[in-house]
Write a protein that binds this ligand. Sequence first.
Ligand SMILES: Nc1ncnc2c1ncn2[C@@H]1O[C@H](COP(=O)(O)OP(=O)(O)OP(=O)(O)O)[C@@H](O)[C@H]1O
Length: 394
Amino acid sequence: MLSDGGDDDSSAPARFELQEDPSFWKDNNVQVVIRVRPLSSSEISVQGEKRCVRQDSGQSITWTCHPESRFTFDLVADEHITQESLFKVAGVPMVENCMAGYNSCMFAYGQTGSGKTHTMLGDIENGTRRNNENCGMTPRVFEHLFLRIQKEKEIRRDEKLSFTCKCSFLEIYNEQILDLLNPNATNLQLREDAKRGMHVENLTEHEVSNAREALQQLIEGAANRKVASTNMNRASSRSHSVFTCLIESKWESQGIKHHRFSHLNLVDLAGSERQKSSGAEGERLKEASNINKSLSTLGHVITSLIAVSNKKSQHVPYRDSKLTFLLQDSLGGNSKTTIIANISPSSCCAAETLSTLKFAQRAKHIRNNAIINEDASGDVLSMRLEIQHLKERA
Ligand SMILES: Nc1ncnc2c1ncn2[C@@H]1O[C@H](COP(=O)(O)OP(=O)(O)OP(=O)(O)O)[C@@H](O)[C@H]1O
């Protein structure tokens, strides 16, 4: 899937080019990607260029402190990988999955300052990818999604294909759900029912008909996020954010009306941090302990999912945090999920980087069961014909 780019400079980390292989991403329900960010100037001023990781191939990375540990993932994106390359490899197949009716989720995990917001949002203020190489996964996803919708509508004009996309944007701050598209709505409640499944009551949903409108919602909501300056990151996200798009399509074929729908969740988690390094006190300390608590629940959920799949347990503690309760379909349920675990390569962050690599390794064992979400209705004769048609295709 990946090839060695052959870097001759022995002091610099080896480079590995990403290669697109959409079938791989479509066929697997949970993918785990490691993204290594470049060393920051403050890390260089403390530890020079000393690194705690060495990339061995496009899929494996070694934590080089004592004792060395080697990890294998679906993909390891090194510090030279651009936003565009990462999007082509991991984002494009996700859009295709949504178009096919699969719920999809991508979330960025990692210690504070490791590059989660850079990966999920990047620079969203200066337009989308044609003129802005730093814009991240979410704006690129929307640009591609609406191009695909346009193309599909043109190809399938005979079937009267129509799409609707509705966006919402929330954050979980100190275990409360806030609506980023309506900052006056605080402490929203999670509800579960047969019709809508897990959802947030009274959360604003805006219908968007093109990438520009989706980006507008993203910019508006991102501006309302709780961000603060900490010792570890000048603009640290103090909440988990979830941007959701419900994509519905309707069409008619041979007298049958089809309705397909999928949820796309794009999640930027708040970063874990050691209270000593972050220098947190007062409100920052309360935020940090809530962040660490919900991230450790995420860890427990993953451990329990592995135990359940090995028939060693039956209970998964989704309800122990708002984050895991909200994302339960994405973790062990009906979704195709991509986890991007962000790490710093600096030896100053060796302990946090090891902890992220271990988390990502456990996450690789999650088993999801993604199905195409589709209903069909029509008269009996048409339904019989459709069943016949499906049998012939099987
Ligand atoms: N791949 C990358 N290439 C270049 N710069 C990067 C990369 N990843 C992160 N950065 C830079 O590193 C800094 C910290 O990144 P970012 O804010 O995305 O971290 P974070 O994981 O979201 O942190 P927090 O959890 O504290 O919100 C930012 O200045 C960002 O632009």
